[in-house]
Design a protein around this ligand. Structure first.
Ligand SMILES: [Ca+2]
Ligand SMILES: [Ca+2]
Ligand SMILES: [Ca+2]
Ligand SMILES: [Ca+2]
Length: 693
């Protein structure tokens, strides 16, 4: 049986937190070794004869061709973002790994098969016409005849669901319709001539149609309306269109045009990228990401994936996000926890992952879940949208939920253009509806709720850093001024620390049998410090005995005050796998087996939650998942005490710490009742002892 052994993507200079900075993984896939597709699960199907080779950043394209020439490839195709090549070999050719093994490991970072990708909804299930609306949704402001069937936009129970189980689109459109934002849709072919889609299809301003030339020099000839990566043509409409036309309408169907329904972002610009064709592969996905980044997309909507960790795709997502583009991904339809079972590309660091709710805010029966791995829920069940040939109908899946969120990100970006796409995502995640029927999501996705477009668009004033105006006396009121335009109904939460500058280093070998820092263990089994396995000394933090589908987490939250390293040793068990997340971003391929490995990365200042996730695979017990030798260079030991909230205004009065200190500090966080912003901390200041005290 073909066994694939690939390691995680190695270091690049990237955004915070930096990717693993351990030495590059050796090339571990045998080029020429032919995967037998039929022997693998459907979702892990490798394309025979096709391999992705990723090079070190300093290896030029000419050098890549030179390096690969000895393999006598049938075809070489450049892959953007990852500095890689798609190498097509004769699938019948006997394995010849000699060539690659002789390469300098500092030049070829890793290789992997080119895998097949799959749709995340709608496939294999008949398209249905949503039940006719019995009454128009209340407050409808459009003349689009199908709007009343689009419960996900505005739900009065008209399709048999529950009133209010919607994303509050009608209220949101008062302040944003997504104008000026570009959402790339990586999907099947798309009917870009559909009367409800055509008005919003992206046109490449730098390209002259039909002259056979690449006028804008982006590497694609006559790419006036996107690209068809399956056929390598400039016609993203050619081929099966059902899935992509449906998701396109969910994002971008025109509004008040007298036909069809409405998209979530009815004035957004939609960039069609056809990849889910008969030739749906990882390489085509990476090419599409490169195209979207190169041509100015703000969001890429992805309703596809598979269940195998691919380092090249992980790196492509990382680079796309580092370029400031949101990667929205459907969480998949296996009705499992993707932290335990995996689902990609939604599990890759930086992606924004979406589960599917139904017309009553319940989890759609098929939708995946994951409080570590999935960001938000959005309506995805029985969504009414555009179909090829000017038609309309319903489809179900997380495939339909992801484009709802892609449209919502566009609304927020258009309303608050100064926000980065990461900040836009945070705004959407922090403004979800968590109560009422949506309460069920509290324990199913990280944000704990279903997206709410109206709340996400509610303005939030950002406070300036608080500065003390008078000498601060211990145990006395002190007036703090900060500059901000407080909006009506908005408050700042205020916290004070008496030891804002206190720092320490973390060094945990666990050999004494206890941890100095505040680790949290949760899940089906407890992590514990014992001598079942240790890298050094006698003990480690470990967990064993997880059954198939069970999970256990070890978490630690620390505030980093200056650029610093985190490193630890880890081993995946034989009964399960270990994944490691920094603020919910997966850092390496889930590890299994018994050997110890090292992880190191550099963190920029900020507050981080580190999560070690052990997932049971039902294998051999007695071989724990373990962590040892944790080192973090410099963490803050500041203890923050809530002291109240401000009312609208520009100053507030708070009590200083009860004793004199060199380094008190105040931090504030805006809260408009719909969602909370980030803490803003001022410089530390001394607090003097009371007179006569
Ligand atoms: Ca072009
Ligand atoms: Ca041209
Ligand atoms: Ca319409
Ligand atoms: Ca130890």
């Amino acid at each position: 049986m073909f066994t694939r052994r690939i390691d995680s993507a190695p270091s690049t200079t990237a955004a915070t937190p930096a990717p693993p900075s351990r030495p590059p993984a050796p090339p571990t896939e045998a080029i020429g070794a032919t995967a037998t597709a039929s022997a693998m699960p459907r979702d892990n199907e490798a394309i025979p004869g096709e391999h992705i080779v990723v090079f070190a950043p300093d290896v030029t394209r000419d050098q890549q061709v030179e390096l690969l020439a000895s393999l006598a490839p049938r075809k070489l195709e450049e892959l953007p973002l990852v500095n890689g090549m798609l190498v097509t070999m004769d699938p019948a050719r006997p394995p010849s790994i000699v060539g690659l093994d002789s390469f300098d490991r500092s030049r070829i970072l890793f290789t992997q098969p080119n895998f097949r990708q799959h749709l995340r909804g709608g496939e294999g299930t008949p398209v249905f016409d949503a039940s006719p609306a019995t009454e128009a949704a209340s407050g409808a402001t459009t003349n689009d005849p199908e709007y009343a069937k689009q419960y996900h936009l505005e739900n009065s129970g008209q399709t048999g669901g529950a009133a209010g189980s919607d994303i509050k689109a009608n209220a949101a459109w008062k302040t944003s319709t997504g104008k000026g934002v570009i959402v790339a849709l990586a999907d099947t072919n798309i009917d870009i001539e559909h009367p409800d889609i055509a008005p919003n299809v992206w046109t490449n301003a730098g390209e002259v149609a039909g002259d056979g030339k690449d006028n804008d020099g982006n590497g694609f000839i006559d790419d006036v309306h996107g690209w068809n990566f399956g056929k390598n043509s400039n016609r993203p409409q050619d081929g099966g269109q059902t899935h992509g036309t449906h998701t396109a309408g969910i994002i971008a169907a025109a509004q008040n045009n007298g036909v069809g329904g409405s998209g979530v972002a009815p004035d957004v610009t939609l960039m069609p990228l056809a990849i889910l064709t008969s030739n749906a592969t990882t390489a085509n996905a990476i090419k599409a990401f490169g195209y979207a980044v190169r041509n100015g997309a703000n969001v890429i909507s992805n309703s596809w994936g598979n269940n195998v960790y691919e380092p090249a795709l992980a790196e492509a997502v990382r680079q796309t996000v580092a370029a400031g583009v949101s990667v929205v991904v459907a969480a998949g339809n296996e009705n499992w926890d993707t932290g335990v079972n995996g689902s990609y590309p939604d599990n890759y660091a930086g992606s924004f992952s979406v589960a599917a709710s139904d017309a009553k805010d319940a989890k759609a029966s098929y939708s995946n879940r994951g409080t570590l791995t999935i960001d938000v829920a959005a309506p995805g069940d029985k969504i009414h949208s555009t179909l090829p040939g000017g038609k309309y109908g319903g489809m179900s899946g997380t495939s339909m939920a992801a484009p709802v969120v892609s449209g919502l990100l566009a609304l927020v970006k258009a309303r608050f253009p100064h926000l980065s796409m990461k900040e836009v995502e945070e705004r959407v995640a922090r403004s979800v509806q968590r109560d009422g029927a949506a309460k069920v999501w509290n324990t199913l996705v990280a944000s704990g709720g279903r997206v709410d477009a109206d709340a996400a668009l509610t303005p939030l004033a950002q406070p300036g850093a608080p500065v003390p105006t008078d000498g601060a006396v211990a145990g006395s009121p002190v007036r703090i001024d900060w500059s901000s335009d407080l909006l009506e109904g908005q408050r700042f939460q205020v916290e004070v620390s008496a030891n804002a500058n206190a720092k320490s280093a973390v060094a945990e070998d666990f050999d004494a049998g206890s941890a100095a820092r505040a680790f949290r263990s949760s899940g089906d089994k407890e992590w514990s410090i014992n001598d079942a396995i240790a890298r050094t000394g006698s003990k480690s933090f470990n967990v064993d005995g997880l059954g198939s589908g069970q999970q256990s987490r070890l978490e630690l939250t620390e505030t980093i005050t200056e650029p610093t390293e985190i490193s630890f040793a880890y081993t995946g068990g034989k009964s399960g796998e270990l994944s490691f997340f920094i603020n919910r971003d997966l850092q390496f391929k889930p590890a299994n087996g018994g050997s110890w490995q090292d992880f190191t990365t550099t963190l920029q200042p900020g507050t981080y939650t580190f999560t070690w996730l052990a997932a049971g695979k039902g294998g051999k017990q007695g071989s724990p998942v373990a962590v040892d030798q944790l080192r973090i260079g410099s963490v803050s030991d500041a203890a923050w005490t809530p002291v109240g909230t401000t009312e609208p205004g520009t100053t507030g009065t708070f009590w200083t710490p009860p004793a004199a200190t060199e380094a008190a500090a105040v931090r504030v966080r805006p809260d408009n009742g719909r969602f909370q912003g980030d803490w803003v901390q001022g410089e530390s200041f001394p607090v003097v002892a009371k007179q006569g005290g």
